[in-house]
Unconditional design. Sequence first.
Length: 153
Amino acid sequence: MTAGKGKLPQPHLINDWANHSVEKTIILVVEDEAIIRMSAVHMLEDAGFSVLEACNADVAVQMLESRSDIRAVFTDIEMPGSLCGLKLASAIRDRWPPIHLILTSGRVTPGDLDLPRLARFIGKPYAPIQVLTALGELLGSTPIPSVISQTQH
């Protein structure tokens, strides 16, 4: 958050994804903080992804049970509900192994043994390039995102 101004910087992204059509790639964002969730959704939409959002892990599981087209989940670790982000990620790895996982937190830093197999962790605050690069690596595409400018409102 920008000191004294009350709004997060909004990155404007241009992305060129070689050998991969992100328009058809659906990412599920799971975050209980509405402003952070909206920011993540906008970042991914700006990169060309189709994005679904859930306010907690329980809602995310319902969405995963009703859809077969979700390719990746970007989830916070600390959330209210019956599952935290780590338990959600483990459940996803067990029930939907092909789904790629990126976990994030500003307070918890999980060890490698705490993360499900092939999951990534990115600490908050994160830069869009970190998330987009991790998604590109997990999805097997070559992302070339570049942050053109950041506006401070």
